[in-house]
Design a protein around this ligand. Structure first.
Ligand SMILES: Nc1ncnc2c1ncn2[C@@H]1O[C@H](COP(=O)(O)OP(=O)(O)OP(=O)(O)O)[C@@H](O)[C@H]1O
Ligand SMILES: [Mg+2]
Length: 350
């Protein structure tokens, strides 16, 4: 006779089912509220999610039936969905970050396109123009801010309980997972850990009162992006892309994700758009020209800035001081300041 299927077996099977479009499973996300025995040797499964889309829940339901009935051989699967609340990302489900006037995320679908560089320079340029600015490095896989901001061995001070103070650097308030790691050993993050880390950094940091919180996101459209979009009302998302086609396709994916969760997209920064020969002044476009423009046309978003390739951008990043602070007169600093101006102009007057 076949082994009796336990509730634990059901939970393990359900944890193989991912929330459509994301890397976290439905058990980890808390969508499975309850598993209980039902008639005919079957199980009743109750699903719930404060922000799940109806269509996503339907897809999840189909998968559950398949996995439990077909793969596990459960004779009777009863599915209950408890009250569907506002759609994922609808403003109503998200709170504002207390003391912070505007939250702006810097995102891209692809790695290495210059998100962290843009985030650091945008934050510094906003601060130069008189705003109080915090910078949250939400890239738990490869935090860049400790290096880009040159914080060395400095660590955030505990404020008692769960709370901690951000590090003050160049007049900015900084928090990065990098401040909490002692070595460079890679950590394997599971979806729920990513989500709780981002949540904690947002809510447990004593940011004080500030105009902007700039969030540097990891590449892609995964758990960190989803958590951020769910946890706070984002006032804007800046998409960074290089002119390469593949980067554009990835960036478009990021655009669609933020649209899906109703986050306002401010526009595109085309990074590494060209290289200007320091001797002859001639422009070379190693990744092909006009990519940001092409993308802005396709996605109907403005190009906020075109930032050329300059060795000083990399050097200042490696040396721990953003370009706009180290070389305010550099032509790329002017591009970052223009970006800051446009971002500030686009903020809602709340
Ligand atoms: N316009 C530029 N000119 C020269 N170097 C640049 C430019 N933009 C970024 N870089 C360099 O390219 C590298 C990658 O940039 P950065 O770390 O900002 O990208 P990222 O998108 O945040 O990467 P990841 O996906 O790993 O987080 C860094 O060494 C950075 O200094
Ligand atoms: Mg980065």
């Amino acid at each position: 006779m076949a082994r009796k299927i336990s509730e634990q077996d059901i939970f393990s099977a359900l944890s193989q089912i991912y929330y459509p479009g994301y890397t976290s499973d439905i058990v980890a996300l808390g969508i499975v509220e309850d598993v209980a025995p039902a008639g005919g040797g079957g199980f009743a499964i109750t699903l719930r999610h404060p922000g799940a889309k109806e269509q996503s829940l339907r897809e999840i339901g189909t998968r559950i039936h398949h996995v439990l009935a077909h793969d596990l051989g459960v004779p009777n699967v009863e599915l209950k969905v408890r009250k569907i609340e506002p759609e994922l990302g609808e403003k109503t489900g998200r709170s504002r970050l207390e003391g912070t006037r505007w939250v702006v995320a810097v995102a891209s679908g692809k790695g290495g396109v210059g998100k962290s560089t843009v985030a650091a320079n945008l934050a510094a340029a906003l601060s130069q123009s008189g705003y109080k600015v915090g910078l949250l490095d939400a890239d738990i896989y490869g935090p860049s801010m400790p290096m880009m901001m040159g914080t060395g061995s400095e660590r955030p001070r505990s404020a008692g309980g769960q709370n901690f103070y951000p590090i003050d650097r160049y007049g900015l308030k900084l928090i990065s997972i990098g401040f909490f790691l002692d070595d460079n050993a890679p950590i394997i993050w599971r979806g729920p850990m990513v989500m709780s880390a981002v949540r904690q950094f947002l809510k447990d940091t004593l940011w004080g009162s500030q105009d902007f919180l700039i969030v540097d996101l990891p590449p892609g459209t995964g758990d960190a992006q989803l958590t951020l979009a769910q946890q706070v009302a984002l006032d804007g998302v800046v998409i960074v892309t290089t002119p390469q086609d593949v980067a554009l396709a990835d960036a478009s994916r990021a655009v669609r994700m933020f649209r899906q969760v109703h986050c306002p997209l401010l526009g595109v920064v085309e990074n590494m758009s060209y290289f200007e020969c320091p001797d002859c002044g001639e422009r070379d476009e190693p990744f092909g020209g006009g990519g940001g423009k092409k993308m802005s046309r396709v996605e109907a978003m403005p190009v906020l800035a075109q930032v050329p390739i300059y060795p000083e951008i990399r050097e200042t990043g490696d040396n721990g001081m953003p370009l706009v602070l180290a070389y305010p007169n550099h032509p790329a600093s002017a591009a970052f300041r223009e970006l800051a101006r446009q971002v500030a102009t686009a903020m809602p007057q709340n």
